[in-house]
Design a protein around this ligand. Structure first.
Ligand code: SF4
Ligand code: FES
Ligand code: FES
Length: 681
């Protein structure tokens, strides 16, 4: 019989329940040893932690040895070995949340829930707290996640409202939606439903719109759409007529809906447009914000539904793939990709050349991997891309599979991005049903399957890379796959029709910026232009001091260098790291030493320990910067820190160790004075 026992240290599950869960998961995933991450993730998702009895049962039922289980379950910090409360509050430890006060927010939650300093669970076992890397919603930092709900733009005063609101929300039953067909649809109302749109209330706005529409029987389609990336303006409500006329409302609240609907569809619809007048300026600002971008990869954000393959196809989606699979000319596809200049954003290598190098290697098995699991701070654009463009990303994978003659693809998606995971899984099943995935697609002889691996969300370092040992993989980011179909739009078969438009970069703009978001710009646009055009200055109107670019492996760039173009070659030539191209803005009041310590802490925690220099070096780096922060550092130790960076770069095996010193090196280059202020007199 299944039973649940409550204890002061979280909820402990009875043995029957544990055995039942493990059996179900083993039946689903199979017994092979390479399924260890999926099975452990499944156990944790169901039981909130990994009970010892569960691990013993996994070892008993599968080919996974106790040694492997122990190695994997202790390597990833996301795996829990202790019981938790019923609901887990996850505090983002990413850079933007750190900058905006996540530590104070966490303390306020502790106080509110009466969680003692040495404990992580509330006395009533209702809530546990834990730290995680970036939640992928940096634009609304500081943020926390409880269950599947994200709460953003928090201050310590919000804590009670968030906890009570969450408890209320899990009681609520969703309002039934009347799906009765309507004749004579006059247009559609679009509302973005990305994670940060939802966190800012877009679901509540949608509920109000549907209720109003149904009560008045208004012949309009209410359509949840993917996000525009304009996080600073959400929730956005676009009313679009069949003729294409559009009225746009930004920062809409549920209370605004009635007046907006009245003025567009009610008896008073010819009266003065009061709501639009009140919001006119900001709505115009959003139009400019979108118009000034070079939106090629993200062109359908805020327009198409992220859950309808039919709509994607009706707007021209899959035309490139259908044409290419019919042409059956792989060399031509690769040549067109090379000619287009499309690059993998994290490495800046030409995608076409990557495929050629892959094809010449005949050893080992091949797979295409869409990797978005690193929870790298500021990488919220990956999350946004997966949530908004699932169909386009999959079409990009199909074309790459065709070009590289590979029939298998894997999505690695972080557990931190549950909505992205749902959207991708939903898109895959629609593709399969429609016959665009699976065996012998469109009778072409080309077969392609995609699986989703749910990961604990971590940096791809030495230990993790070994999962792909013996496999020749083509690993690209969601952004790159999403850019592939555009290369072949409006094409014909002459081989000369690669996209002639500029190569673009998708940038997540966060930190102390006034209007955070995800923008697509031509490669080579300068940092200063991006900040001026899209950032709108700093939220506090303080002076900008610097930006941090490239996520956790990235570097600081002082404002004197803001003319520098975002271009991989230029960055490399200046010994700087552009990485995924995210920009976090830093104010005069922010301490570069504090931020550098934050990055050193990440490297120290993520080091897999395989190489001694990375294992010991990242820890020493952290210790020295801590001393600087406490104004307790000897001059020789500062010199040691500089030398340590050189050794880490040279001696580390993988990207994590090699890039761990990037923040320190750039901080010492441009802001050494702040470090010298921490030396002993
Ligand atoms: S450099 Fe660090 S993270 Fe990479 S393999 Fe070595 S110890 Fe592991
Ligand atoms: S959500 Fe907190 S830093 Fe990304
Ligand atoms: S508004 Fe959708 S990602 Fe920010």
């Amino acid at each position: 019989m299944t039973q649940k026992m409550e204890s002061s240290g979280g909820i402990v599950h009875g043995n029957d329940k544990v055995i039942e869960v493990v059996n179900e998961l083993v039946e689903f995933y199979g017994t092979a040893s390479d399924k260890v991450v999926q099975i452990l993730t499944g156990i944790q998702n169901r039981l909130n932690y990994l009970p010892d009895e569960a691990l013993i049962e996994v070892a008993r039922l599968t080919d996974i040895t106790p040694g492997q289980i122990s190695e994997i379950s202790t390597f990833y910090p996301q795996f829990r070995h202790k019981p938790t409360g019923r609901h887990i509050i996850q505090f983002c430890a990413g850079t933007t949340c750190f900058l905006k006060g996540s530590r104070e927010i966490k303390e306020a939650f502790r106080d509110y829930l009466k969680i003692e300093e040495s404990k992580s669970c509330s006395p009533d076992n209702l809530f546990s707290i834990e730290d995680v890397e970036c939640l992928g919603v940096c634009a609304i930092a500081p943020a926390v996640r409880i269950g599947n709900e994200i709460y953003g733009n928090l201050s310590t005063a919000d804590v009670g409202r968030v906890v009570e609101g969450f408890l209320e929300s899990i009681e609520k039953k969703p309002r039934p939606v009347n799906k009765s067909a309507l004749d004579n649809i006059t247009g559609e109302i679009r509302v973005g439903i990305g994670s940060c749109c939802v966190a800012k209330g877009s679901k509540e706005v949608l509920t109000e719109i549907v209720a109003y529409k149904e009560s008045k029987n208004i012949p309009v389609l209410v359509k949840p759409v993917g996000c525009t990336g304009a996080c600073g303006y959400t929730p956005i409500m676009d009313i679009v007529s069949n003729e294409g006329d559009r009225k746009r409302y930004v920062a809409v609240t549920p209370q605004d809906v009635e007046s907006i609907m009245e003025e567009n569809f009610g008896d008073k619809k010819n009266m003065v447009n009061t709501v639009d007048d009140a919001r006119g300026i900001i709505s115009k600002k959003l139009d400019d914000y979108l118009a000034k971008q070079t939106r090629i990869t993200t062109d359908t954000g805020g327009i198409l539904s992220p859950v309808s393959l039919n709509e994607y196809i009706s707007k021209g989606g899959l035309e490139p793939f259908k044409r290419l699979v019919n042409e059956k000319n792989r060399s031509l596809i690769i040549d067109r990709l090379t000619l287009s200049g499309l690059k993998e954003k994290s490495s800046s290598k030409l995608v076409g050349e990557e495929i050629w190098s892959l094809k010449t290697d005949e050893n080992g098995s091949h797979a295409i991997i869409c990797y978005s699991e690193e929870n790298d701070t500021g990488s919220f654009k990956d999350r946004m891309m997966l949530e908004t463009f699932p169909f386009k990303i999959i079409e990009g994978m199909l074309i790459m599979g065709l070009a590289a003659d590979i029939g298998r693809a894997i999505f690695h998606i972080s557990d931190m991005y549950p909505l992205a995971k749902r959207r991708i899984k939903n898109a895959i099943s629609q593709y399969i049903k429609a016959g665009y995935l699976g065996y012998n697609i469109l009778d072409s002889g080309f077969s392609f399957e995609i699986i989703v691996i749910e990961g604990p969300g971590d940096f791809m370092c030495g230990e993790r890379e070994s999962e792909f040992a013996g496999m020749r993989v083509l690993m690209l980011s969601p952004e790159t796959f999403c850019g592939v179909p555009s290369v072949f739009e409006n094409g014909n078969s002459d081989g000369n029709n690669a996209r002639k438009t500029p190569n673009t970069l998708i940038v997540g703009l966060t930190g102390r910026v006034d209007t955070p978001g995800v923008v697509e710009v031509a490669e080579g646009t300068s940092i200063g232009v991006i900040i001026d055009r899209f950032g709108g200055g700093t939220e506090s109107k303080e002076n900008i001091k610097a930006v941090h670019i490239g996520g956790l492996a990235g570097c600081f760039i002082p404002k004197e260098l803001f003319d520098m173009p975002l271009d991989y070659d230029i960055f490399r030539n200046n010994s700087l790291f552009l990485g995924p191209g995210n920009i976090e803005m830093i104010n005069e009041a922010d301490s570069i030493v504090d931020l550098t310590l934050h990055f050193a802490d990440f490297a120290r925690r993520q080091s897999c320990g395989k190489c001694a220099i990375c294992r010991a070096g990242t820890k020493r780096m952290y210790d020295i910067i801590t001393k600087i922060r406490e104004k307790n550092c000897a001059k020789e130790e500062l010199a040691e820190l500089e030398l340590l960076c050189v050794h880490l770069k040279k001696g580390s095996l993988c990207g994590l160790g090699k890039n761990a010193p990037n923040a320190v090196v750039s901080a010492l280059k441009y802001f050494k004075k702040e470090f010298e202020d921490g030396l002993l007199a």
